[in-house]
Ligand binder design. Structure first.
Ligand SMILES: [Zn+2]
Length: 280
């Protein structure tokens, strides 16, 4: 199995929102911000070539359909994910599976693009199964007013209409090397893909633990829809990661890509930090 991390672009999120109830005097020691309190966040995706011949993507970044609408977040450095794949010898038609951790715009925006000639919405990965949880699809189709602005129907409806959406209800193994586990808290039914490599298991922590700085279960983002559940679910992910020596991928951390976790008493900390972009 080959695993490649791809940065699809960056945006600014308010540090106060990212770290919720944690005061700036504490979070500013763990994550940089500018004078307007803006923290640079990455939108990191993963390309996986499995031993059994599947070509799998985890998340897609924000894409480029809503740039004006999203000017609040000051997106920059956006790449064309299709081009990034071609540079690595993969055409978008080759992708067999797109795993969407959840359906907030910064994770599924590139599922569809606007065709330059026809102006029509088209699927970026027309042959891929698009994996989401049933609970997350419910949220997407029946959004709560507080979460509604993060869900954009045009990002996902073409995948649904093409019959390419695969909904899971529980932990699901999609091939010998990839299992999908479910975590609530940030949003209902977030998928965390577990990738079984030669020596390590890699966990795409998604927005369960978006940054190395948010490893502590108490450090919960104000974007999380159910903070108490986030605490419990992060603890569940961290307990297993520390025990099994798993490597966590932090999809929004612009500075720290991956780390193992250690438990000290009741606390969790990053242990070994890896800033590689390729794993096996
Ligand atoms: Zn996110």
């Amino acid at each position: 199995m080959e695993i490649v991390l791809i940065d699809t672009g960056f945006f600014y999120a308010d540090g106060g929102a990212m770290f919720g109830a944690i005061p700036k005097s504490s979070w500013s020691k763990r994550y940089p911000s500018n004078e307007a309190n803006g923290c640079v966040l990455a939108m990191r995706t993963v390309l996986i070539k499995t031993s059994c011949g599947r070509i799998v993507l985890i998340d897609t970044g924000a894409g480029n359909k809503h740039l004006k609408l999203l000017s609040y977040y000051k997106f920059y450095g956006l790449c064309d994910l299709g081009e990034e794949l071609r540079k690595r010898g993969v055409s978008p038609e080759d992708v067999t599976d797109v795993i969407l951790t959840h359906l907030h715009f910064d994770h599924c925006g590139y599922v569809t693009v606007i065709d330059k000639e026809t102006g029509q919405l088209t699927l970026s990965f027309p042959n891929a199964k698009h994996w989401v949880s049933e609970a997350q699809w419910q949220r997407f189709t029946h959004p709560h007013p507080l979460e509604k602005a993060s869900f954009m129907p045009e990002n996902m409806n073409p995948a649904y209409e093409s019959g390419l959406l695969k909904q899971i209800k529980e932990e699901t193994q999609i091939c010998p090397e990839i299992s999908l586990k479910l975590y609530d808290g940030h949003t209902q039914g977030q998928i965390a893909p577990y990738l079984k490599g030669e020596e390590n298991t890699y966990v795409f922590a998604g927005d369960v633990i978006p940054l190395a700085a948010s490893v502590s279960p108490h450090w919960i983002s104000a974007y999380d829809t159910n903070p108490m559940q986030s605490f419990d679910e992060k603890t569940r992910m961290l307990e297993e990661a520390a025990k099994e020596k798993q490597v966590l991928f932090f999809c929004h951390d612009a500075y720290t890509f991956c780390a193992t976790i250690k438990k000290i008493g009741a606390f969790f900390k990053t242990d070994e930090v890896f800033n590689l972009k390729e794993y096996k």
